[in-house]
Design a protein around this ligand. Structure first.
Ligand code: HEC
Length: 125
């Protein structure tokens, strides 16, 4: 976790390659930093949250984590649209999920975060 987590460095580096304004890149980095307060971007989760390295197009609640019943029972996969919906309003995807609303104001930044999740899955470091 923190500055020495290679998966976080990979995630942050990925932002630079996206088609975003400098302002949006800064916002996306800040949002990633918030995710990292609970999540790892690698494949091993933390005590606070499941790992995000393999969620993209993977099964919902498939990590080694004590998930809420809400997320466990949600079923299905993390498609791009479902991830966008979860990052817009977690409770709308799984009422009672433990994850707080990340309150990402700019939809382009939300897309960017999902692009990073896709990159983590498809181009593991
Ligand atoms: C305050 C801690 C916290 C923050 C900050 C946070 N999350 Fe989460 N997240 C969780 C927890 C806890 C879960 C498991 C939810 C459950 O069991 O209902 C979760 C679940 C998830 C899942 C589903 C994982 C799975 O295995 O199915 C994704 C995707 C996700 N978070 C992405 C993010 C992203 C992206 C960010 C940053 C924008 C973020 N989270 C910020 C705590 C957090």
């Amino acid at each position: 976790m923190g500055a020495f987590d290679v998966s976080q460095q990979f995630a942050e580096a990925r932002i630079a390659q996206l088609e975003l304004s400098d302002k949006q890149k800064t916002a996306a980095r800040l949002v990633l930093g918030q995710c990292a307060e609970c999540h790892s971007f690698g494949v091993v989760g933390t005590d606070a949250a499941p790992a995000l390295g393999e969620v993209y197009e993977g099964k919902v609640a498939a990590g080694a984590f004590e998930y809420s019943d809400a997320l466990r029972q949600a079923g299905g996969q993390w498609s791009r649209d479902r991830l966008l919906a979860y990052l817009t309003d977690p409770g709308a995807v799984a009422a009672g999920t433990y994850m707080p609303n990340p309150e990402i104001e700019d939809p382009a930044v939300r897309e960017a975060i999902v692009n990073v999740l896709q990159a983590l899955k498809e181009e593991p470091e």
